[in-house]
Design a binder for this molecule. Structure first.
Ligand SMILES: [Fe+2]
Length: 590
């Protein structure tokens, strides 16, 4: 399916050969361009002939129906986002394309596990269908851990559970490349039958990993099971051990988890074949203000990475990693997914600017302008199935007045890992109270899918709020409601405001000052334009700041506090979770 030189019939093959030989005119010839040869790691100047969406000739002189002199410009293969949850962009796939394709991301590999956690197999079906008719190519990795932990571990309630046999219906879809991030490594390493069935089911396909901090015997076992990648690497030494054990490392620069600064120095001519770039979770405000894969590449160039290496990582290496043999190189037979770029200065250290993006040989800006976008009306409905929430819902430690020691989640800026703090607190008759002066706030997760009313309440440090509350229906991966605030009343009001908009993000200051972004598609996404979402997010961030919030990315950081597979202390609707022990623990220490 993804072999190079894709032609539909023998007649088309003859035309391809005639054009490559120069007997026929190509559709388009980019003349005098310095193009990247990813195979030898060098830039070469010459003509690029494109016919039927594919490159048919390089270096030699060609004539085209359309010809473009590209003297002074460079041409590199289109970028591949090797791992993304499109839902985290808050956009539908069509809107995501509108946002990232003009930035050079011509292919993306999507794990739709956010919507799968909310809607189950219907969510996966929607993901496949809604990414079908796009200009960019969106491939799908099937979610392997929905929910992120096995139900019998009892650590969280989600909207759905997907077992191995559920994935069979999607397994052979032509755009499905394999099994997505295997987060439940304890399950894999300790004989969870369903996890083993899933990993075995995809033994002929790619199986993505997700193993922050895994080393030694455990990492050997994980690699021996066939896991080929990990995008959760935080340190250089961790990356080197993974690479040595044959696990490709995806360098991630999301909105919240940012690993590029640490991991980009790993890139050299050897490692450029086993590294790729990914966004994982990146919001539209960051995409519009900083960029996407182009942003990571520019970071690398500014850190003096060889352009031949970083552009290879961004394209050819990612394509090879996922078996996409038809793209990632500028050579005859490869798909004409191309970025025409201009260096910002004589040397590459100053980065580059995009001049034009070509998808299958056509200029993206022109194609998008004529693209009819059908509003996505599917997957709508009530997103907040919770009983009424009041201030009392957030009481903890009632009837145990006196001093106590409490476990507190310590949020680390730009990291999705947390630390556990132990803090001396006073418990009144009403129970534990927040102490905004010491930045000790309450945090709660409320089950929103089945209407059980299950609530986990805990304490958190790091947000810095001095008033009000923030609530959202995005909360990885079970996507319940998560709320943080300075008092129970504000938290209850924020949750009720969230119910009124049917899910999304709410910053609640008081009854007159409520900022929100409605996300009607599963409580995760909207069909609004990237521009509108980005400006709304900026407004919400400023509202959070005015409440005293210190975090650069408060909503994403909040939403990752419910993911009980990322260390150390997290919170779900079942309560505080000690991730290292995979156990629910109490807020007040015994
Ligand atoms: Fe991910």
């Amino acid at each position: 399916m993804f072999q190079k030189a894709s032609y539909k019939n023998p007649k088309q093959l003859s035309s391809v050969i005639d054009t490559a030989l120069g007997r026929e005119k190509a559709d388009l010839v980019l003349k005098n361009v310095a193009f990247l040869d990813v195979f030898t790691g060098s830039f070469v100047e010459g003509d690029i002939a494109i016919y039927g969406g594919y490159i048919v000739g390089i270096c030699d002189s060609y004539q085209g129906i359309e010809e473009r002199d590209c003297k002074g410009l460079h041409l590199v293969p289109g970028f591949i986002d090797a791992h993304v949850h499109i839902e985290s962009s808050l956009m539908t796939p069509a809107r995501y394309e509108e946002s990232v394709l003009p930035l050079g991301t011509t292919s993306a590999i999507w794990d739709p596990h956010e919507i799968a956690n909310v809607k189950g197999c219907d969510g996966i079906k929607w993901a496949i269908e809604s990414s079908e008719k796009l200009l960019m190519d969106v491939f799908v990795m099937l979610p392997g851990c929905v929910p992120s932990t096995s139900r019998d571990q009892g650590l969280e309630s989600g909207g759905a559970e997907i077992v191995a046999r559920d994935l069979l219906q999607f397994k052979d879809h032509p755009r499905v490349l394999g099994l997505a991030e295997m987060m439940n490594y304890p399950g894999l390493l300790n004989g969870d039958e369903d996890i083993h069935a899933k990993v075995h089911m995809f033994s002929q396909a790619r199986r993505d990993g997700h193993c922050p901090g895994l080393t030694g015997h455990q990492l050997n076992a994980y690699a021996a099971a066939g896991i080929h990648s990990c995008h959760e690497t935080v340190t250089k030494s961790e990356a080197l051990e993974k690479l040595m054990k044959g696990i490709h490392t995806l360098i991630r620069e999301g909105s919240c988890a940012k690993n590029a600064d640490t991991l980009l120095p790993l890139i050299n001519s050897y490692t450029s074949s086993v590294l790729a770039l990914c966004s994982d979770d990146r919001n539209p405000a960051d995409i519009s203000s900083e960029g996407h894969m182009d942003f990571i590449i520019n970071l690398a160039l500014k850190a003096s990475c060889r352009p031949e290496d970083i552009f290879r990582v961004a394209s050819y290496s990612a394509a090879k990693m996922y078996g996409l043999e038809d793209r990632g190189a500028i050579a005859p037979g490869y798909q004409a997914d191309l970025c025409l770029i201009k260096k910002n200065a004589d040397n590459w250290d100053a980065g580059f600017k995009m001049v034009d993006v070509f998808k299958k040989g056509k200029v993206v800006s022109k194609e998008l302008a004529h693209h009819t976008r059908v509003p996505d009306l599917s997957l709508r409905g009530n997103n907040i199935h919770t009983p009424e929430i009041t201030a009392k819902s957030f009481h903890i430690g009632e009837g145990q007045p006196g001093p106590a020691q409490a476990r507190v989640i310590k949020v680390l800026e730009n990291q999705i890992v947390t630390e556990e703090m132990r803090v001396e607190i006073k418990v009144s008759k009403k129970g534990v109270e927040c102490d905004p002066g010491k930045d000790i706030l309450k945090i709660a997760v409320i089950e929103r899918h089945q209407g059980t009313g299950q609530i986990g309440v805990g304490l958190v440090h790091g947000f810095g709020l001095q008033s009000g509350a923030i609530a959202t229906s995005i909360n990885h991966d079970s996507h319940n409601v998560i709320v943080v605030g300075v008092d129970d009343e504000s938290m209850a009001a924020a949750v009720e405001a969230l119910r009124e908009i049917n899910g999304g993000i709410v910053v609640w200051q008081d009854a007159q000052n409520i900022s929100c972004l409605p996300l009607p598609i599963g409580g995760l996404m909207t069909d609004e334009s990237p521009k509108i979402i980005a400006s709304r997010l900026k407004y919400l961030k400023n509202s959070a700041k005015s409440l005293g919030c210190r975090l650069h990315e408060p909503f994403l950081q909040l939403s990752f506090l419910a993911l009980p597979v990322i260390p150390s202390l997290k919170i779900t609707d079942k309560g505080l979770v000690d991730v290292n022990k995979f156990q629910v623990v109490s807020t007040l220490c015994e």
